[in-house]
Design a protein around this ligand. Structure first.
Ligand SMILES: Cc1ncc(COP(=O)(O)O)c(C=O)c1O
Length: 389
């Protein structure tokens, strides 16, 4: 007897992609949202020396090591202009999101996302019983969340949805919500009495002079991650920034935290402290190197038609529309590309937008990226000219 909440949750797309990849000989992946770099060398060297320290093997404070939290408060003030926010350190941004859903939402509440959405945010709602997920549109050209629709929906839906959430810059859209739109969405949520959760996992992954911004408020919760920025995917570290003025919020959040990880891994927190000594400049230097990757992958998507390729403003994603006849079988296209051309991407159906694919340009160095992109280009040319024969 398994729970309805587990049974009714979508199968994670990345586990399906991993199974698919295991079936292949010599696959190249443009699927998972990862970066190819490791954490800063000096930070790794320092934690190497720490493993014998008994404090590393013990529990720490639920909300995170004081030294790390202090450094993060300074970072939030100086870089993100979040001057009234306090931090809880989590085992990654995904755990941060689940903590927030458990703290803010009840079974039966409604919530709002925008299509295409980040699959793990969707399934976090599903598996906690928040099954009334209203999926709103984005502007067809820019893929920015449709604020007019949001305003109408929040005022028309009774009871008012509990949470509005999106990723900025976007996964899978690869687009960046600018400050004016961010402020407008924040005001719409505030006026409606609704929480706004923004996932800033890709805060430093910005291109072409665009700037990432955050908004702050008693109704806003920001999520951050060390995974992509400092190449710390396997160290599982992220954090939640919420208003210091919120009465009772921290205490409730702490209950959830204490029941799931108790605290984030101590050695990961120590690594983060040293990674932050290198700071944003270290990350931005690496992100600059992804520009070439983005161009290479964009070219590979050209057989689909330039007008059908979006994203690349921020994060590590391009988002492409497949030819009309593949509107419902994007996973079949993904399997065909994998088996016939040895290149793996993510199907849009996992993000609520069938007929699309998400392509990540962060996980390979330029040389390998060119090889993977070549496979993708060949595959898409064949798809467009002859179909999946
Ligand atoms: C938008 C977004 N949030 C969260 C995560 C997961 O981050 P973490 O490794 O910090 O849990 C990812 C990873 O792909 C992501 O793209």
């Amino acid at each position: 007897m398994l729970s309805r909440r587990a049974l009714d949750t979508d199968v994670p797309v990345m586990t399906q992609i991993r199974t698919l990849t295991a079936e292949l000989t010599n696959p190249m992946s443009l699927a998972q949202g990862v970066v190819y770099w490791q954490p800063p060398q000096q930070a790794l060297d320092k934690v190497k020396e720490l493993v014998w320290d008994p404090a590393i093997s013990s529990y720490g404070p639920d909300e995170g090591l004081p030294e790390l939290r202090e450094t993060l408060h300074k970072k939030l003030r100086e870089e993100n202009k979040l001057t009234k926010s306090v931090v809880m350190v989590t085992a990654g941004a995904n755990q941060a999101f689940v903590n927030l859903v458990l703290t803010l939402c009840d079974h039966g509440d409604s919530v709002v996302m925008f299509q295409p959405y980040y699959f793990n945010a969707y399934t976090a709602f599903q598996m906690t019983g928040v099954t009334n997920i209203i999926v709103g549109p984005r502007h067809p050209q820019t893929l920015y969340p449709d604020a007019d629709w949001l305003e109408r929906t929040l005022s028309d839906s009774k009871p008012t949805p509990k949470v509005v959430t999106f990723v900025n810059p976007g996964n899978p859209s690869g687009t960046n919500v600018s400050e004016p739109l961010l402020k407008r969405i924040s005001k719409i949520c505030k006026d409606a009495g609704c929480w706004l959760i923004i996932d800033n996992t890709y805060e430093y992954f910005m291109y072409d002079g665009l700037k990432h911004c955050c908004v702050e408020g008693d109704h806003v919760v920001n999520i951050f991650s060390f995974s992509k920025t400092y190449g710390m995917m396997g160290w599982r570290l992220g954090y939640i920034a919420y208003s210091e003025r919120l009465d009772g919020f921290a205490a409730e959040l702490l209950k959830v935290q204490d029941n799931i990880p108790i605290c984030a891994s101590i050695i990961s927190q120590r690594l983060a402290i040293h990674a932050l000594e290198e700071g944003a400049g270290w990350v931005r230097e690496r992100v600059k190197g992804l520009v070439k990757n983005r161009e290479v992958v964009k070219e590979a998507l050209e057989p689909l038609g330039k007008e059908n390729v979006k994203g690349g403003e921020g994060a590590i994603y391009l988002w492409a529309k497949l030819p009309e006849e593949h509107g419902d079988d994007d996973f079949k296209v993904v399997r065909w590309l994998a088996h016939r051309h040895g290149v793996v991407v993510v199907p849009g159906c996992a993000c609520g937008s069938p007929g699309h694919i998400r392509v990540s340009f962060g996980g390979l160095k330029e040389g390998e990226m060119r090889a993977a992109a070549e496979r993708l280009r060949k595959g898409l040319e064949e798809l467009v000219q002859r179909g999946m024969k």
